[in-house]
Design a protein around this ligand. Structure first.
Ligand code: PNW
Length: 499
């Protein structure tokens, strides 16, 4: 039975060979893919008519903010090397490829009055090549590279940017709609609103208590408007599905105390509910606990109104139910304890949330400070989503780990093994409605503020070679085996790579 896949991608061929008893196998219609994102791999930052993005501006004007002072100017040069990427996808045998489209490559000034033909040509060729190899495109419309021109107008804090996003989306649906059956509007608004407007990511805003909420508000509006526009103008003509991708670490209470349990749920509502509640809950709108806390703290800080904006009734209706599937990115788990309860003078998201977040030092490390290996957290977040939002249709759109340098990436092999066991339990024992898994990432790439110092690739990229030569790691063969069989290789196989 493959109606679920049919739902997402229309027609696919199922490849499930070599199943043997005793192995953990996923349902036959479960689909496998890998992911990348435009700024992290494409390079060609100012050629062929591409406009400047906020990440171009930020890395050029603040190289000191990036760990190794690098940028995505060349990155993996996928703008020129995408055929090599497709060979790798073929080697892996994946059924779909999740990549993102660079808004300023399509619309150099951000606006739809000036469309860059070379940008359209690039993505058309990529999509055509994917189809020629029976690989379905899963396209992210926004993976953080906003046109700088729109940032100059305030970026996501300006409500008009939602309208410009809809214009951009219309250009994409018009040009690629017939060949793309699954769209993701936004990748991880929690990350780019919180870290872009209240942290260290581009564009470098430091106002998590105000601008991050405005960003989220306009992103949710843009998402809802795009979904409704797709329904009205394209769905009948081209078919296809539109979803959103949210990043959801698991948030575990630090202790069994009632305070910590409550705080963990508050944190889940602040971090996931912020975006998921307006789209997936029956009531729509922001989670009531966010509304209560931010309204109250704003009042105590003598703001004339809440720093959390308010949707109109029409907006609530527009946004509620505006997703055909939920893309879920999951990497790690955090512990949550009750905060001190003090109202800060300087408004901030963290103070509004009012919890203390940590990780257990004994949890195995990756090569990134924030990412520890906690496979059971994966099953927990999936069950929380099932329970909280009435078991929505989920695609895992990212999961992966930064590994030690070199090709013998036992950390990655073990991570995949452990996290897939957890996912398998969620799918086969808990009845979570999950139809696919996407590994982050196909290959090493520009890891934002960490530059090229953290490697998430199944394929290693040699940044000293002009072609950015790609070489498979051990994990690439391991993942290919999983994709081919639909099963997690037996323990014996993975023991070779234990920590
Ligand atoms: C994702 N966390 O970001 C992004 O979508 C990718 O572009 C990125 O390369 C990848 O993860 C690896 O970092 C995340 O703190 C950043 O839980 C941080 C978290 C999760 C996802």
């Amino acid at each position: 039975m493959c109606w679920k896949i049919l739902l997402l991608f229309a027609l696919v061929t199922l490849r499930c060979e070599g199943r043997s008893s005793g192995q953990l196998c996923f349902p036959k219609d479960f689909t496998w893919g890998v992911a990348t994102a435009s700024y992290q791999i494409e390079g060609a930052w100012n050629t062929s008519g591409k406009g400047e993005s906020i990440w171009d501006r930020y890395t050029h004007s603040h190289p000191e903010q990036v760990f190794d002072h690098s940028s995505g100017d060349v990155a993996d040069d996928s703008y020129h090397q995408f055929r090599a990427d497709i060979s790798m996808l073929r080697e892996l045998g994946v059924l779909f490829y999740r990549f993102s489209i660079s808004w300023p490559r399509i619309l150099p000034e951000g606006f739809s009055n000036d469309v860059n033909e070379d940008g359209l040509r690039y993505y058309s060729e990529l999509i055509n090549e994917l189809h020629a190899n029976s690989i379905q495109p899963l396209v992210t419309m926004y993976h953080w590279d906003l046109p700088q021109t729109l940032q100059d107008l305030g970026g996501w804090t300006n409500p008009i940017v939602a309208d410009y996003f809809v214009d951009y989306a219309r250009v994409l649906f018009t040009n690629f709609g017939p060949k793309v059956k699954a769209w993701i509007t936004f990748n991880e608004p929690l990350s780019f609103c919180r870290s872009g407007y209240g942290g260290n990511d581009a564009p470098g805003g430091h106002s998590s208590g105000l601008e991050a909420y405005m960003c989220a508000h306009n992103v949710l509006r843009a998402h809802g408007m795009t979904y409704r526009m797709f329904e009205a103008e394209f769905k009948n003509k081209t078919g296809g599905n539109v979803g959103i991708t949210l990043d959801m670490a698991w948030l575990e209470p630090a202790t069994t105390s009632e305070d910590d349990q409550k705080s963990a749920e508050v944190a889940r509502q602040f971090m996931f509910g912020w975006y998921a509640h307006p789209i997936y809950s029956k009531t729509g709108d922001y989670p009531p606990i966010m509304r209560r806390r931010i309204d109250e703290i704003s009042r105590r800080q003598h703001f004339p109104r809440s720093r959390l904006p308010t949707f109109t009734e029409e907006e609530v209706k527009m946004i509620r139910g505006s997703s055909d599937f939920l893309g879920l990115n999951h990497y790690t788990t955090y512990l949550v304890a009750k905060g001190k309860g003090k109202v800060a003078v300087q408004p901030s998201f963290d103070n509004d949330m009012g919890v203390i977040i940590s990780q257990k030092p004994e949890w195995p490390k990756s090569n990134s400070t924030w990412l520890r290996v906690v496979p059971w957290g994966f099953r927990k977040i999936l069950n929380w989503v099932k329970k909280t939002y009435d078991n929505p249709l989920v695609v895992i759109t990212e999961n992966g780990i930064s590994s030690e340098p070199g090709l013998q990436d036992s950390k990655r092999v073990n991570y995949i093994d452990a996290y897939l066991r957890s996912l398998h339990a969620a799918v086969t024992q808990d009845g979570c409605n999950i139809i696919g898994y996407t590994h982050w990432s196909l290959m090493d790439n520009f890891e934002w503020m960490r530059g090229y110092s953290e490697r998430f690739g199944l394929y290693e990229v040699d940044y000293t070679s002009p072609q950015r030569t790609r070489t498979p790691r051990v994990s690439a063969a391991y993942y290919a085996k999983i994709v081919k069989t639909g099963c997690i290789p037996s323990q014996k196989y993975s023991l070779v790579f234990k920590y």
